[in-house]
Design a protein around this ligand. Sequence first.
Ligand code: MN
Length: 747
Amino acid sequence: MDDNRATVEESGIKDPDAMFASLEKKIKDSGADMDMGRIRAAYETACRAHMGQMRRDGSPYVTHCIAAADISVDMGLDEDSVVAALLHDVIEDTELGYSEIAHQFGEPVADIVEGVTKLTRVQYTSKEDEQMENLRKMLMAMAKDIRVILIKIADRLHNMRTMAYQTEEKQRSKSLETMEIYAPIAHRLGMQRAKWELEDLALMYLDPTGYKEITDTLDSRMDILVDFMAKMEEKIKARLTEEGLQATIYSRIKHIYSIYRKMYAQKLDINGIFDLCAFRVIVDTMPDCYNVLGIIHDMFKPVPGRFKDYISTPKPNMYQSVHTTVIGTEGIPFEVQIRTWDMHHTAEYGIAAHWKYKMGDTGVKNGDEDKFAWVRRLLESQQESDATDFFHNLKIDMFADEVFVFSPKGDVINLPAGATPIDFAYSIHSAIGNSMVGASVNGRIVTFDHVLQNGDIVEVRTAKNAPGPSRDWLNIAKSGSARTKIKQWFKKERREENILRGHDIFEAELKNRGLRMEDITDEDVLPVLLKKIACPSLEEMYAAIGYGGMTATRTVNRMKDELARIHHLAEKKTVLEKVTEAAERRETNAKKNIRPVHGILVEGLDNCLIKFSRCCTPIPGDDVVGYITRGEGVSIHRKDCRNYINRNDNPESLGRWIEVEWAEHISEVYTTGITVVAHERSGLVMDIATVLNSLNSKVRSLNARDIEGNRAVVNITLEIRSLDELRVVINKLTSISGVSEVSRNGG
Ligand code: MN
């Protein structure tokens, strides 16, 4: 069985020399080719630098440095990393600086130590997920060299192992940071071993009761579980041998945090979690993985839906294995992970494993250029496998196109690489950008074109009477959104200036293209040209050119094209026009003679005088009725007109109402009135007009007035062909925002 519990270091003062001796032995045993003299020199330097400093357990401080180096060796890191791990706290905690380290151990080591120091200095407070993600990216981006992150993880792992000596408050905050920052980073780098240990240690401090509940239960069942695992191991081993397969089998109890998470997610107590055990079968070749899988499925009943093939589709963090869950002889389910040794090392140590196993002896001494070629290839290939993953943003230079900075409040702001205080200010709020008068980075005043670096703390000074952005800012700002906001400011705040400016630029461009102002201001062509460039007036066009929303070159180009088109058309039209117009005129005249009188047939009467009542404005489709007027022929009303409904009020006129009906084919248009009631708001009338226009409804009149309760009444007189057409109009008007009622007049 695997030793699976997180390490918690025992109390007692530790002896640095003894620890270093065991580190030396570990390196030698690992077979790594390292200059032991150099590593000893680093140890001695760290001893001197940390002289007199103590860990909380009473051990000399340097024991922490040795422990971090020890973990780095476990991870398979290179010589420079081990040297840097030994020195990782000297810049932060001692008199020793970058140049001394660089002088004695070379710049690469000094760079790593400085990188670790920077990460250590980042202030952490728990935040929402998105902020957390940015913070993780920021740490990755700040690291530049992946070894910085790996050593930081080793450092954190040892600090978590010795967290028992810290105050409760520190235990909590460091555990939270570990859970939210370092465990996910370890996961993303594929370092499962570091990840689970960080998680289990953090859980121990974050939810001691929950942690203890799980460990107590596991301990109480340990005999049964160990017995079960031994039996299964033996059984599988025997069968594989029988089938002629070379395999190593490990069994283990799942990690505390993974059990904890499962309990939480499925709202179960630990008795409800069945698969507490997991087995690993490690073989030499990939085909063997699938052979083993077949045998396992033959031996035990697989649980449906639990088979996952991460060999053919590796996880984005390079993890490869085949997973299946089966039901053992006692009815206990357990998971089996099948992988090759290569996959196993990658699963345990992630990116660090590649160091050890793919770099070989030549290692990082190959020169800077190729140093991280493999990381690059790795990250690039991962990008293809899962675009949504973390690594999507890990470009060749990690986050080459992004920079992460802090606001004074500690929020992480994500900006494009090369961003300046201007980008920062506008990303907070356009009002901040517009009133910015100064900026400082890490407490030092900087110019507006200062390029921000990862981890910078950026502060912006604003003033009420600030002059606003200058046009230069458009060139300084790196982000499109900052430029847009600056342009908007110019558009709004400097209209007069923009118009003058735009006019000058436009006129110059016209001249440049051999056009005169008169060519475009001609009243026949100007409306067409403005429509072409989608501008309501010349003034608007000047303003847009002035603030930079339109370019003069493009505008003049489009106008020139349009002018050419108009001239071309005008020539052509002279020929076609007459023919078409004549034909149309003939057609109209012909129609006039055959249509019925206003589309209404009056019972028993031919060619009588017809007029449509103004009270209810009927249109084809309405139920109508006629009223014989004195000397004005028949007046047509809707049957729902109040004059007809209340006809009994005038008994003497009852006899004048007569039946009428619409003719079958009607080509006339009729006028009718509708009333719109809406919440008063700007743009309401504009919206109504737009809708009517889009329906090709001809508006005879449109009056809007405000009434009490912040409402507006709009009376519209329309030309309409039929009731169906009117219904469409009413429907469309009803759907305009703020409109509460649309009704026909006179109902
Ligand atoms: Mn440390």
